[in-house]
Design a protein around this ligand. Structure first.
Ligand SMILES: NC(=O)C1=CN([C@@H]2O[C@H](COP(=O)(O)OP(=O)(O)OC[C@H]3O[C@@H](n4cnc5c(N)ncnc54)[C@H](O)[C@@H]3O)[C@@H](O)[C@H]2O)[C@@H](O)CC1
Ligand SMILES: Nc1ncnc2c1ncn2[C@@H]1O[C@H](COP(=O)(O)OP(=O)(O)O)[C@@H](O)[C@H]1O
Ligand SMILES: [K+]
Length: 513
């Protein structure tokens, strides 16, 4: 699913109005009605006080429509106009009059003296600013945002929490309304996927308001949020006459004394995801461990306690390298020789990324479309620091372009970056914040490439499945007792779930009031 930037969204609104013969008033009515339906469905006519705070643009217009429906359905509402400017939009004015016509006059807020009493048990609807925000809120609008934040009532933000920019960094955290839930229109917003904004909302979901999909496609958006229906298209069904050779040979290289588990987990994962053959290359001390833990794998060994020679004979399709490998000097030297001679597709993780950071000239020897899977600390060692999460994405894109690499930045919304696009993952939860889960991911991606998946697709697909295991497991395991081995246990469920025609997953983390 595409993620649009603020200009693209405004253009898509306009294109829909032009091509679908729908007026902007009707589009607003339709969008805001969906927000009302959502809330009505949650509240089921409960008598809770609802405060609707409207700005003077079209986000405020949405608020006026929502207020009208709430009022007509007997809810206990008060509607306020946050009067920060005289420049009302046409759609705002039409809906302002419609609300007055049914006898509900909004209260105007001109200064701090006009702030209403809001209680913790009340509901706040935030339609002060949406996609039209151009600068940080100031004056009494900023004070209002702070006042509402201090109450901590359930706050439903429409489109965006007011003060949050769609695609640039927030400068002053005191200017953003903290939403309990966001109902956003048509596409996820980049701002929702970046850790620096985590204070500004708890959960969000996308409402499809029917913007022109052909127009959206014609914009060639470079940002994506990968959902199940798209992942299913990547899946390669198996043919009847296929044999183990059809599904490639994954070689996992890594391990050092005390960290044999990392290479073991990656090896298991490469096997479990369906690689035809899997081999591991690790220090001698890990031989019995690996043979016992993964009897299906073949094993070759290097020096006693850490890798040094890298002189394996395995004729692999793809190599996943790094888990538990360590960075001692002899490993670093052997790694350098290996990288300079290697011609096979690579997935590079953990200490192998750290060794590349120590010796950046090696980047020139990596095969095109090598997949790197850094967590943010490993990324920083590789590309340097960044001012904010938006800059981090841009720096990583530049790095990916420069070296022809596929970058997988791991986190709550892992993002896969190549020279043209960014794919944000939609699955996963904090159960995955556990030792060894990254090693399993390396094995999964390597095992998918072995089977013939293009590296970019292997990264997108692998990250999705990895996260999905935790989403499926969570009701049975709890967050705390889920371990890296649980990813392997639930991998079959994650794969099978692709064929469940339940939802299209355009929503994320639905919440209850
Ligand atoms: N037909 C449409 O265009 C639709 C628009 N929709 C709503 O329209 C919203 C966008 O509306 P607008 O473009 O009117 O913008 P907003 O309502 O987000 O912002 C209102 C106005 O405030 C001004 N402004 C920006 N930052 C400010 C600041 N810090 N201090 C004071 N003023 C500031 C801007 O010039 C803008 O005109 C979306 O978020 C969505 O909620 C939806 O109703 C769907 C349909
Ligand atoms: N809060 C979270 N939500 C979703 N996924 C997470 C979260 N925390 C961690 N993960 C995932 O868990 C994995 C952790 O990898 P990594 O940091 O390399 O761990 P390790 O080194 O222990 O293997 C990544 O795939 C990451 O995206
Ligand atoms: K808003």
């Amino acid at each position: 699913m595409f993620i649009l930037n603020s200009h693209q969204i405004a253009a898509a609104d306009q294109a829909t109005i032009n091509s679908n013969n729908i007026s902007s008033i009707d589009l607003m009515e339709h969008a805001a009605k969906q927000c009302f339906n959502w809330l009505h469905n949650q509240l089921q006519n409960q008598n809770i006080k609802i405060h609707v705070f409207c700005g003077i643009g079209n986000n405020g217009g949405d608020g006026l429509v929502i207020a009208r429906y709430l009022y007509e359905n007997g809810y206990n509402i008060t509607c306020y106009i946050v009067n920060f400017s005289e420049k009302r939009t046409k759609e705002f004015l039409v809906n302002y009059n419609r609300l007055k016509e049914i006898g509900k006059w909004p209260t105007i807020i001109n200064s701090e003296n006009d702030f209403p009493e809001v209680a913790f048990e009340d509901i706040v609807i935030d339609t002060i600013f949406g996609n039209g925000l151009t600068r940080s809120p100031e004056g009494f609008t900023k004070e209002l945002i702070n006042y509402l934040n201090s109450i901590k009532a359930f706050t439903l933000a429409i489109d965006l929490p007011s003060g949050l920019f769609t695609d640039t960094s927030v400068i002053d955290k005191e200017t953003v309304l903290k939403a309990s839930h966001v109902l956003t229109f048509q596409t996820p917003k980049l701002a929702f996927l970046l850790p620096e904004n985590s204070d500004f909302f708890e959960t969000w979901e996308v409402l499809d308001i029917g913007l022109d999909s052909n127009f959206i496609k014609s914009l060639n958006p470079t940002l994506n949020y990968t959902i199940k229906s798209e992942i299913l298209q990547l899946y390669k069904p198996r043919k009847k006459w296929s044999h183990k050779g059809t599904f490639g040979h994954a070689l996992i290289i890594g391990g050092s004394f005390g960290k044999i588990g990392a290479v073991t987990l990656a090896t298991k994962a490469a096997l479990k995801i369906g690689s035809g053959l899997v081999s591991a290359y690790l220090p001698k001390c890990g031989y019995p461990v690996l043979q016992i833990a993964v009897p299906e794998a073949m094993v070759e060994v290097d020096n006693d306690t850490s890798l040094e020679y890298f002189n394996f004979k395995t004729n692999a399709t793809v190599i996943g390298i790094g888990p538990g490998m360590g960075t001692v000097e002899k490993t670093a030297n052997g790694f350098e020789r290996f990288i300079k001679e290697n011609k096979l597709p690579l997935v590079i993780d953990a200490d192998a990324i750290n060794l590349l950071s120590q010796n950046k000239s090696l980047l020139n020897f990596l095969p095109k479309n090598t997949v790197l899977t850094p967590h943010p600390k490993e990324l920083e060692r590789l590309i340097g620091t960044w001012k904010n999460d938006f800059e981090r994405l841009e720096k990583t894109t530049d790095f990916s372009k420069k070296h022809d690499l596929i970058m997988v930045i791991k986190g709550a919304h892992t993002v896969i970056i190549d020279s043209t696009s960014k794919y944000f993952n939609s699955t996963g939860n904090p159960a995955l914040a556990t030792a060894g889960s990254g090693d399993v991911l390396t094995g999964i991606i390597t095992g998918l490439i072995a089977q013939g998946y293009e590296p970019i697709n292997a990264a997108i697909f692998g990250v999705y499945l990895h996260g999905k295991t935790a989403d499926i497991a969570i009701s049975e395991t709890s967050y705390e007792t889920f371990t890296a081995s649980s990813i392997l246990k639930y991998l079959p469920n994650a794969l099978l779930d692709l064929f469940n025609k339940d939802d299209n997953l355009i929503e994320n983390n639905k919440s209850d009031i």
